[in-house]
Design a protein around this ligand. Structure first.
Ligand code: NAI
Length: 326
C-alpha cells in the first residue's frame, strides 16, 4: 500500500471546494490507488459548515481518503503537505473597491505564505485559485523565502479550458482536436486568450476562423466568461473552477503530452519581454514536475499590445500591495 499524500485545501467550506474535495476523494488528481489525507483550512465562523462537508466526505466511503484534518490555523493546515490548493479568499462586497479587495486578500496570503514557508514539505506544489489569483500568489511566494518561486503557481487553467471549448465549438470539432491555445497574463478581464499558435486537427486555428471572430467574439467571450456565468447562475463558476484546479495540478504532476502545452500563472523569468518577478500566465510544458515556458513563439504587434496591457495591470496590482512583499 502506498503512503498517503497530504493535500491542503483552503476555503474548504466554499463553493469551489464543494466540488474540489469530492474530486480529490474520488482519485481524480493522483489516481484511484493513491491514498490521501486532506488538510482543510477555514476561518473560524465557517468551521461548523465545514463539519457538514466532512460528514459528506465520510458518507462517500472513499477507499483512498485516509484522513481529514480540519482547522482554522494555517500552520496546522500546511504541516508537511505535498500539495496546497489555496482556494479561500475574501469575496468583493458591494462597498469594496478593487484596491480594498487587493489589501484584504494580500493580508490573508502573506499569513499563508509564511505558514507554508515554516511547515510545508520543501517540494510542496502550491496552486493559488483565490482572487486576485496572480497577485495573491506573488504575495504568498514572497512571504516564503525558504521555498522557491517554482513551488508556486496561480490558476488560468479555467480560462485555458474555456478557450479550448469556444474554439472547438466554433470549428465544430471535439475539444480533444484543439490544442495549444494560450492564456497570457492576469486571471482577470485583461487576460489575453491567444489562438495564433493553436491547432485544430493539426491545422493553424487562424486559417479556419477569421480574425474578426478571434478579436471581437472569441477574446471577449473568454475574458468575460466568469461574469457571464455569474449572470446566468447567480453564483460564480465553481464546478468548472474545481475541474480546472484538478487539471492544473494533475498536469504539474504527470506532465504535458508531446507537442502540447497548457497555460499556467508562474513567476516570470522575463520571457517574451514580460517583467521578471510578476506572476504571469504563460504557455508551459511540464516534465518530471518541472515547468518550462514555451520559448520562441512569434509574437506579432496585435499580441504584443495585449500581452503588455495585462502585464501593466499586474504591475499596478503589485504596487498596490508592495508593503507586503519581502
Ligand atoms: P466562496 O466564497 O464560496 O468560498 C470561499 C471560502 O473561503 C469561504 O468559505 C470563506 O470562509 C473561505 N475563506 C475566506 N478567508 C479565508 C482564510 N483566510 N482562510 C481560509 N479560508 C478562508 O468562494 P468560491 O466560489 O469557492 O471561490 C473561491 C475563490 O476562487 C474566490 O476568490 C473566487 O474569485 C476565486 N475563483 C478563481 C478562479 C480562477 O480561475 N482563478 C475561478 C473561480 C473562482
Amino acid at each position: 500500500m502506498k503512503q498517503p499524500i497530504h493535500i491542503a485545501v483552503t476555503g474548504a467550506a466554499g463553493q469551489i471546494s464543494y466540488s474540489l474535495l469530492f474530486r480529490l476523494a474520488a482519485g481524480d488528481f493522483l489516481g484511484k490507488d493513491q491514498p490521501i489525507i486532506l488538510h482543510l483550512l477555514e476561518i473560524s465562523p465557517a468551521l461548523p459548515a465545514l463539519q457538514g462537508v466532512v460528514m459528506e466526505l465520510q458518507d462517500c466511503a472513499s477507499p483512498i481518503l485516509h484522513g481529514v484534518i480540519i482547522t482554522d490555523d494555517p500552520k496546522i493546515a500546511f504541516k508537511d503537505v505535498d500539495y496546497a490548493f489555496l482556494v479561500g479568499a475574501r469575496p468583493r462586497s458591494a462597498d469594496m473597491e478593487r484596491k480594498d479587495l487587493l489589501q484584504v486578500n494580500a493580508a490573508i496570503f502573506s499569513v499563508q505564505g509564511k505558514a507554508l514557508n515554516e511547515v510545508a514539505n520543501r517540494t510542496v506544489k502550491v496552486l493559488v485559485v483565490g482572487n486576485p489569483a496572480n497577485t495573491n500568489a506573488l504575495i504568498a511566494l514572497s512571504n516564503a523565502p525558504d521555498l522557491k518561486p517554482e513551488n508556486f503557481s496561480c490558476m488560468t487553467r479555467l480560462d485555458h479550458n474555456r478557450a479550448l471549448s469556444q474554439l472547438a465549438e466554433k470549428c465544430d470539432v471535439l475539444v480533444t482536436e484543439v490544442k495549444n491555445v494560450i492564456i497570457w497574463g492576469n486571471h482577470s478581464g485583461t487576460q489575453y486568450p491567444d489562438i495564433q499558435h493553436a491547432k485544430v486537427k493539426d491545422q493553424g486555428a487562424l486559417s479556419l476562423v477569421d480574425h474578426n471572430w478571434f478579436e471581437n467574439t472569441f477574446i471577449p467571450t473568454v475574458q468575460q466568461r466568469g461574469a457571464t456565468v455569474i449572470k446566468a447562475r447567480g453564483l460564480s463558476s465553481a464546478a468548472s473552477a474545481a475541474n480546472a484546479a484538478v487539471d492544473h495540478m494533475r498536469s504539474w504532476v504527470v506532465g504535458t503530452s508531446e507537442g502540447e502545452w497548457v497555460s499556467m500563472g508562474i513567476y516570470s523569468d522575463g520571457s517574451y519581454g514580460i517583467e521578471p518577478g510578476l506572476m504571469y500566465s504563460y504557455p508551459v510544458t511540464i516534465s518530471n514536475g518541472k515547468v518550462s515556458i514555451v520559448q520562441g513563439l512569434d509574437i506579432n504587434d496585435f499580441s504584443r499590445q495585449k500581452m503588455q496591457l495585462t502585464e501593466t495591470e499586474l504591475k499596478e496590482e503589485r504596487s498596490a500591495i508592495k508593503h507586503l512583499l519581502s
